[in-house]
Design a protein around this ligand. Structure first.
Ligand code: ZN
Length: 136
């Protein structure tokens, strides 16, 4: 079994932002040479998350709105006493900082309307996303 690590750099411009990283993930899988296995996409951050869904302009805005609704900024959280980003920690904790896709015939197995996104919850920042490909 081969294990391959790749790192993606993402710069965000908004406090809450959804960034499509599908192309970079697919390039990493191609570079890995792995034909069949698993692809882990992981954001090593406590205030960001990874999701998979459709890259449609309205839906991207809907996801941003939902993150803001469910995890409102400055809603009296205890962590805001020492830092002003409790909403972002909560978004990361509950949405999750990683996703796993099957790799089949050298491609991640995803639906036509299923792209991979970094969810920035405390931007703007420079973020790293780790892509680990396991298989043969
Ligand atoms: Zn914090």
């Amino acid at each position: 079994m081969e294990i391959f690590f790749h790192e993606i750099s993402v710069s965000t411009r908004q406090r809450i932002e959804i960034v499509d990283i599908t192309r970079q993930v697919e390039e990493a899988v191609t570079k890995s040479g792995v034909k069949n296995g698993l692809c882990l996409i992981h954001a090593p951050h406590a205030t960001a998350a990874i999701v998979a869904n459709e890259n449609e302009y309205g839906l991207i805005n809907d996801i941003v709105r939902k993150v803001e609704e469910v995890f409102p900024i400055g809603a009296g959280y205890q962590h805001d006493r020492i830092d002003d980003n409790a909403h972002a920690h909560l978004a990361s904790a509950f949405i999750g900082s990683s996703r796993i896709f099957p790799v089949k015939n050298s491609r991640i197995l995803r639906g036509t309307w299923q792209n991979v996104f970094l969810v920035e919850a405390d931007g703007p920042r420079n973020r790293r996303v780790v892509v680990e490909v396991l298989g043969e």
